[in-house]
Design a protein around this ligand. Structure first.
Ligand code: THU
Length: 169
């Protein structure tokens, strides 16, 4: 029997320890919570994406009476960016959440479905995306979505490993 141990490095920063660019991105994520449509959960999430040209795109969660029809903040922001600026790399993402009118004390981390979408974005632009996960008490930072999604399923899995003409039917 063999064992595989996976480890993840997460840097934990206080807001004061962040760069000015990071502070700005976090601030935009916090502001974006204000326009969330979260009438069912009352959990308002904001996401801010930094594009390679310095532009910031924001999104927030959009809920629906048919619950699964709603969408998380991260995917709202990513799909807007991809739909409108398909040629611009996304280099960083900040996410913040507000519950009962207060920013959370625990870090907000992207859900599983968002992690899968973020993985596709990194593959599409061949660029790792720094992810800043905000809380009032500290900010978790990882350098790539791969840190949050080990053993992920990605495009490489769909590439045949054997040449098709070696397969007999
Ligand atoms: N939500 C997000 O927008 N992003 C996350 O990272 C986690 C969860 C939303 C989905 C739903 O509208 C609400 O938060 C409660 O789950």
């Amino acid at each position: 029997m063999k064992e595989i141990n996976l480890t993840t490095k997460i840097s934990v920063y206080l807001l004061d320890e962040c760069t000015e660019a990071e502070k700005k991105l976090i601030e935009r994520a916090k502001q974006a919570t204000k326009n969330a449509y979260a009438r069912y959960s009352n959990f308002k999430v904001g996401a801010a994406l930094l594009l390679e040209n310095g532009e910031i795109i924001t999104g927030n969660n959009q809920e629906n009476a048919a619950y699964p029809s709603g969408l998380c903040a991260e995917r709202t922001a990513v799909f807007f960016a991809n739909a409108n600026y398909p040629d611009r790399k996304i280099v960083a993402l900040a996410v913040a959440a507000c519950s009962n009118g207060k920013f959370t004390k625990e870090v907000i981390t992207p859900c599983g479905a968002c992690r899968q979408v973020l993985l596709e974005v990194e593959a599409r632009y061949k660029t790792p995306m720094k992810i800043l996960m905000y809380s009032e008490e500290g900010i978790y930072v990882v350098d790539s979505i791969k840190d949050l999604l080990p053993l992920s399923f990605g495009d490489a899995m769909l590439t045949p490993r054997v040449s098709p003409d070696t397969i007999s039917h």
